[in-house]
Design a protein around this ligand. Sequence first.
Ligand SMILES: Nc1ncnc2c1ncn2[C@@H]1O[C@H](COP(=O)(O)OP(=O)(O)OP(=O)(O)O)[C@@H](O)[C@H]1O
Ligand SMILES: [Mg+2]
Length: 323
Amino acid sequence: MSSHDLLEISSLSVAYQGRPVLDGIDLTIAPGETVGLVGESGAGKSTLAWAVLGLARPSAGRIVFDGQDITRAGRRGRRLLSSSLQMVFQDPYSSLNPARRIGDALAEPLLHRRDLSRADRTRLVEESLRRVGLPGDAAQRFPAHFSGGQRQRIAIARALVGSPRLVICDEPVTALDLSVQAQIINLLAELQSELGLSYLLTAHDLAVVRHLAHRVVVLHRGRVVESGPTDVVWTRPAHPYTRALLAAAPVTDPVAARAAAAAREAVFSTTVGSAPPESAGGCAYAHRCAFAEARCRVERPVPTPTPDGTVVACLRQDELPAR
Ligand SMILES: Nc1ncnc2c1ncn2[C@@H]1O[C@H](COP(=O)(O)OP(=O)(O)OP(=O)(O)O)[C@@H](O)[C@H]1O
Ligand SMILES: [Mg+2]
């Protein structure tokens, strides 16, 4: 870890009903940095986001935020954190109470701040609304008055009202119309450069991650298989899983689109029945990997730095064909 990291996650594990969902995750986020989490559905992206927010309970490991161990922060600790650590979720409809005025919903993260008067809160709420491109009088209205894109702006305004340092964005544009997605993506980028925020971002659409993330962390079955600067991972993906995932991403060129569809079939068609037993000691991707050898099924790969400046967990990293 660098002493400048805002978030430092080390050896983090989470299990649901005894089933490991995250298994020894290491991840850091620097101030002003966006880290994108990618990996197929069920990889554990949201679980990682929830663990940072205190909504999923770690079975092992540590989460340090701004120098403070928050792994098992209680209610009071979480309340104190709520100004500086915030979130934006996928669904702007369910994240806002329909019976509450926007202004009251936005003021909530500020209520524990004894240093703020009611007038201060009103001012901060209006500032935050204007910052995301909504009129200050939106505070008087109810959620039903707004479109999906506007509601996501409101959710962002609510996250920003207490001047957070880190905003967890779990699929922030997935539920929005395509035309609105671009506006919200640009808004998140603008807010970051204006305010120096850090983001932990997940998105099914890899183009969103490519656009916003400085660094990317590739999760496969609850383990990090590769991480590094987004440009490097995108142009020279090292781990066979990363290669398959990127090859499967939808593209606009029709010829490339057919190839991507075939790759998608290969990445995502594997049934649960062919998954390795949870206790398997080897690489969790070995049963699907075109490059796997016998040792890949028994020996667990350790995340290892590469000359490219990335970190890759693959036993055959030095023997793989060039991409
Ligand atoms: N509350 C829960 N109880 C039990 N299992 C859960 C719970 N939440 C998630 N899981 C399981 O944990 C695993 C990881 O889920 P998670 O939602 O973190 O994945 P994800 O990467 O965010 O997927 P997606 O891309 O679909 O959002 C999945 O196998 C899921 O079924
Ligand atoms: Mg998710």
